[in-house]
Design a protein around this ligand. Structure first.
Ligand code: NAD
Length: 234
């Protein structure tokens, strides 16, 4: 009976998928897989060198198709037996879903989808495919990755704020909280919300009095959290 379960919101970032072999970028001197984000993850980059941008995401897709959810993704999926869970992720991978989470909001889009470059509402499942120059939407415009690039609006933000406002527990995992507006979500909680942060290092801009900080990698941190919450994860 989901209605009677406490509302638990997981807010995840790149550190969540690090143990699955997908690199974060703050941990690599601000580079994402050796690229500057300005060169591969902005609308200007796509305008200037679309082939490079498409190839960057084709490589990320190849990497993702070889990756598996890690223990942290699995523990979060198991929380659904005990809580009414919504995962809000900044990640463009689908590892939460592969682990079994059924309610996932992708703030920054999804790697395995393409969208029209003239109408963002035209979104296509890529399945095993990639995107190349010349691949077009039904309106005849070039396809682009269905991801939110730096400098673009975040269409899912309003929905995410509404979800966080109702959260009874908010667990932030593996995000530097350096990317806005996503990072501002942690301030959208109601006064009664109990908050945890799991990360290798404490993110910036945190009013520490409001949080329990679990300094650990995502898998160990999620296991500790289960223990703290008294949830039996076998
Ligand atoms: P970030 O790279 O800015 O920060 C990563 C955070 O994860 C850091 O705080 C770091 O200390 C922590 N971390 C690293 N390894 C960890 C581990 N094993 N366990 C727990 N924490 C760990 O990431 P961000 O805040 O998510 O912002 C980056 C942006 O880049 C996001 O918007 C995202 O869309 C994109 N991105 C996505 C992916 C992905 O989909 N897997 C990967 C890289 C970047």
């Amino acid at each position: 009976m989901k209605r009677n379960l406490k509302k638990l919101v997981i807010f995840s970032g790149a550190g969540m998928s690090a143990e699955s072999g997908l690199k974060t970028f703050r941990d690599n001197n601000g580079l994402w897989e050796n690229f500057r984000v300005e060169d591969v993850a902005t609308p200007e980059a796509f305008k200037h060198n679309p082939a490079l941008v498409l190839e960057f995401y084709n490589q990320r897709r190849k990497q993702l198709r070889e990756a598996k959810p890690n223990k942290a993704h699995e523990i979060i999926a198991k929380f659904e037996s005990f809580y009414d869970v919504t995962v809000i992720t900044q990640n463009i991978d689908n590892l939460h879903e592969l682990a079994g989470s059924t309610n996932v909001v992708h703030l920054h889009g999804e790697l395995l989808k393409a969208e029209s470059s003239i109408n963002p509402r035209l979104v296509y499942d890529l399945k095993e495919k990639n995107i190349y120059i010349g691949d077009k939407c039904e309106l005849g415009s070039q396809l682009r990755p269905h991801v939110v690039w730096f400098g673009e609006a975040v269409p899912m933000m309003a929905k995410a704020i509404q979800i966080v406002q109702k959260a009874e527990l908010l667990v932030t995992i593996g995000t530097s909280l350096a990317v806005y507006p996503a990072a501002s979500l942690i301030t959208a909680t109601n006064a009664k919300c109990i908050k945890y942060i799991i990360d290798l290092q404490e993110p910036y801009l945190i009013d520490k009095s409001n949080y329990t900080f679990i300094q650990n990698k995502a898998s160990e941190g999620a296991a500790s959290l289960a223990h703290i919450l008294g949830v039996e994860i076998s």
